[in-house]
Design a protein around this ligand. Structure first.
Ligand SMILES: Cc1cc2nc3c(=O)[nH]c(=O)nc-3n(C[C@H](O)[C@H](O)[C@H](O)COP(=O)(O)O)c2cc1C
Length: 406
């Protein structure tokens, strides 16, 4: 569960061309379960309409210190008591200067002065404005007073000039907020590859063999790792799920395509979790034309698909985790796979239990480790919660191994 769940976040949007990127910040924040109140400066409203933010956040957008129909009480003071954090993204040179000097001449600058909560600014401006001594000294002042700054990046700016001044990416800003509020970042900077979903093996151009995997477990693992600071690559077979925000997402169909992508990415990874339900068999000779109903009933000949996991160890030093979906003799089969495929850990889950396994919201199972010969049972719980627990257990083992290696 994200540290942002249930938190009340104020997003200040100021008059930078990067204001459109703040829409994505609202979307990412609401996905974590946070409530988002958008507040815009007048210049901000010239860049992008408040209606967009109202629709995305589900709340009225605040723009005026003196609204046409004043509400009871003092909005900025009331907010000060209910907020958990403030993000200003994009932050103009102007709002940075006003914050540094305690100027309170509009709703956002007044709220910033009245609210004593963690604050995060994501500056965006022309590279000369950013480099200007006044801006740099204002940044130093607000940093020194405890405001967190996510430095702008180097790249092509709105003016098409190239330089430092591009606002950080929305996901980076949301990650920084999680960190600021004490979210676990035990995977910070770790490169993690996760596979998810089923594969589809063509019979002819319109038909295929597949399985009931929904991809939910793999996607939950990818989202949890991302939330904890990992750089995640998610390789997924066809699912009905939205790609996980902030991950490098690679869509594939067949086992062969998945193998190609996994082998390309594997050498660079520190952790690989193979949660995809790769079809064991494919059609030996798929038809190039749609098979007709008329005539004799076709007999489909199968051949084995590549065993992606078994061939990974020689090409990567990553911590390798497999998933075993079993019915009978689950423990025996999972332990055999752990050994034979040269894995570091394997998660046993079950294909024959009502609330767990394929296409369910919940799951349960046992995680077995090669090194410690330890096993950790996980009771039935949501796949999101299980994903976090599995990652915690794996991280502990990885740290143990890192220490042993010295
Ligand atoms: C098209 C356009 C783009 C602008 N982009 C930026 C920007 O990226 N960063 C910035 O600091 N100011 C930018 N400005 C200038 C600010 O809008 C201006 O300084 C304004 O007073 C900022 O007000 P605010 O901080 O209350 O939003 C831009 C102005 C225009 C007209």
């Amino acid at each position: 569960m994200s540290i942002l769940k249930g938190k009340n976040i104020l997003l200040g949007v100021t008059g930078s061309i990067a204001a459109y990127k703040a829409c994505e910040i609202v979307r990412l924040l609401t996905k974590t379960g946070a409530g988002v109140q958008v507040m815009m400066t007048h210049s901000g409203t010239r860049m992008i309409g408040p209606a967009t933010f109202a629709a995305l956040s589900g709340r009225d957008v605040l723009t005026d210190l003196f609204p046409k129909t004043p509400k009871a009480g003092l909005e900025h003071i009331h907010l000060a008591e209910t907020l958990d954090a403030i993000i200003v993204a994009p932050a103009t040179a102007n709002i940075i200067a006003k914050t540094a000097h305690g100027i309170a001449d509009d709703l956002l600058s007044t709220t910033l002065l009245a609210c004593d909560v963690p604050k995060l600014f994501a500056p965006a401006m022309n590279f000369r404005m950013w480099r200007n001594e006044a801006t740099q000294s204002n940044i130093a002042v607000i940093k020194q007073r405890g405001v967190s700054i996510i430095d702008p990046t180097h790249g092509q700016l709105a003016s098409l000039a190239v330089g430092e001044g591009r606002m950080a990416e929305p996901q980076t800003i949301v990650d920084a907020l999680q960190k600021l509020l004490g979210g676990k970042q035990d995977y910070y900077g770790k490169r993690v590859l996760i596979t998810a979903g089923p594969t589809r093996e063509p019979i002819d151009p319109v038909r295929f063999l597949s399985n009931r995997s929904s991809g939910k477990m793999g996607y939950a693992l990818a989202a949890a790792a991302r939330e904890r600071g990992a750089e995640v690559t998610l390789i997924s077979g066809p699912t009905a799920l939205e790609p996980v925000a902030g991950c490098d997402f690679i869509a594939v169909e067949t086992a062969e395509e998945m193998e190609k992508q996994v082998r390309e990415k594997a050498p660079d990874q520190e952790l690989i979790i193979m949660a995809a339900a790769v079809a064991d068999f494919r059609i030996a000779h798929p038809e190039t034309q749609k098979m007709k109903r008329e005539g004799s009933t076709p007999i489909l000949k199968l051949e084995p698909n590549p065993d992606i996991l078994r061939k990974l160890r020689p090409i990567t030093d990553a911590y390798l985790v497999g998933f075993a979906l079993e019915m009978e003799e689950g423990r025996k089969n999972a332990l055999q796979k752990l050994r034979e495929k040269n894995l570091d850990a394997i998660f046993l889950n079950y294909a024959d239990r009502a609330q767990s396994g394929f296409d369910k919201e919940t799951n349960e199972g046992i995680l077995f480790f090669k090194d410690s010969e330890k096993e950790i049972p996980f009771e039935l719980q949501s796949k999101n919660s299980l994903a976090h627990r599995i990652l915690t257990a794996i991280r502990n083992e990885m740290s143990g191994r890192e220490k042993r290696k010295g």
